[in-house]
Design a protein. Sequence first.
Length: 124
Amino acid sequence: MNSRFTLLVRIILGLILILFGLNKFIQFIPAPDLPEAAAKFITSLGETGYVLQVVGILEVTIGLLLIANKWVAFALILLAPISFNILLFHLFLDIPGISGALLIIILNAILVYKLWPKYKPLFN
């Protein structure tokens, strides 16, 4: 897992997660115009008072773990359901915004592939 390519993928994914995780608290990136169903869904998550905050904390934590190269295999396991839900959100509610979701899935998949020997015992 020490190749330059893997390092680059890990750093890029970590920075993306930190950026979008912090945005859930500070909101320095303006929200895009979403289709009506997507906007209702995000609004309902925000109105719970905790869902987006928990996801933001997880994203920042995972991003920091990736950048620090600590517990990377664990961080990627935590990221898997988040990235899958980001993909499903865009697939079903906001197809024009799917490119970012695909980027997260691809970067996550590359790192899981590179770390596959660490995950292999889970499937024996």
